[in-house]
Design a protein around this ligand. Sequence first.
Ligand SMILES: Nc1nc2c(ncn2[C@@H]2O[C@H](COP(=O)(O)OP(=O)(O)OP(=O)(O)O)[C@@H](O)[C@H]2O)c(=O)[nH]1
Ligand SMILES: [Zn+2]
Length: 357
Amino acid sequence: MTLRPTTAERIARARNDLRIGVPVCIAGSVVVAVESLSQSRFDALMALGRDRARLVLTERRAATLRARAYDGDVARIVLPEGATLAWLRASADPSTDLANPMKGPYHSDREGSADVHRAAIALCKQAFLLPAALVIEGAGDDAFAAANGFTTAPLLDPDPEVVVLDEASAARVPLEVSAAGRVHVFRPRDGAEEHYAIEIGQPDRTQPVLSRLHSACFTGDVIGSLKCDCGPQLRAALAQMGQEGHGVLLYLNQEGRGIGLANKMRAYALQDQGFDTVEANHRLGFEDDERDFRIGAQILKSLGFSAVRLMTNNPGKVRMMEGEGVQVAERVPLRVGETEQNAAYLATKAAKSGHFL
Ligand SMILES: Nc1nc2c(ncn2[C@@H]2O[C@H](COP(=O)(O)OP(=O)(O)OP(=O)(O)O)[C@@H](O)[C@H]2O)c(=O)[nH]1
Ligand SMILES: [Zn+2]
């Protein structure tokens, strides 16, 4: 028995530290997120090891900046003479790319390991920050971390197992679509966002259940945005479950396809400059879709379901369910809420993400 934080707990702490702008030490290096880095910490980090400082970007962001990513998924960029915090931010944030296209040239490292840098990017993404970090290589040993009160975290598993979720609570909630509504709150053990299951009626656990995996969309679900089809899909799915008398809607807090609302608004700003939904994600440094859908299968299984009639137009959700051992007995198309404003968005999803029309 030990009271010391586990590896997973240290990773959760590191994620939260980066979010609030506090450096962490990963495998002997000091890491901060560019987005939350203050001027005073930047100055202190430059004093600590300017020569060993690297800006870490994803290969997606590096491609836009014409920087080489020798490590595959990430680029380790040497700070140019006189690099400022403003330079770091402009390199990380594409909002000024069109106004200020000449940010380089960028020189990337080719030799050595990118393991710490990759972990830094993974933590920035988990913290819903821009995927860009400043690493002072080799400057953060255990003594340094202890002296400064910094969290130390190990390298992250590049291919993590799906997180275990525990049901925190559940209660009856009568809904417009059905008086027999029940909301379950699931809490992942890695300290990340909670997710919800809305159970309608008392579905038979031995039969495929009418089900929807809905990813949070504040703009579509809550304020009636016309840029996507999320709100109408959410309401149509619940209405159909109400009509049939039973179903399970999973409300997964994976806003913006897993990049968080702040980044989704950055993506929307880029879309106003003419980029489509996929291009905007890439310019920010993200993949098209950063969600882990396995979480949905985990929740269904823990509620006792092993087969679904899945309401979706997304073939990726069907593949993932099957891969996680939840049989998709039927795919139920869900095409509602098409508007003039979201027609191009839906067409891009069909063309680039393989959505069923
Ligand atoms: N990054 C980003 N996310 C968006 C954009 N528009 C909508 N979203 C998010 O996309 C997600 C939509 O999720 P889902 O409703 O599960 O949609 P889907 O993957 O297309 O699958 P189905 O609706 O099941 O066919 C939500 O998390 C939205 O917040 C966008 O332009 N950029
Ligand atoms: Zn939406």
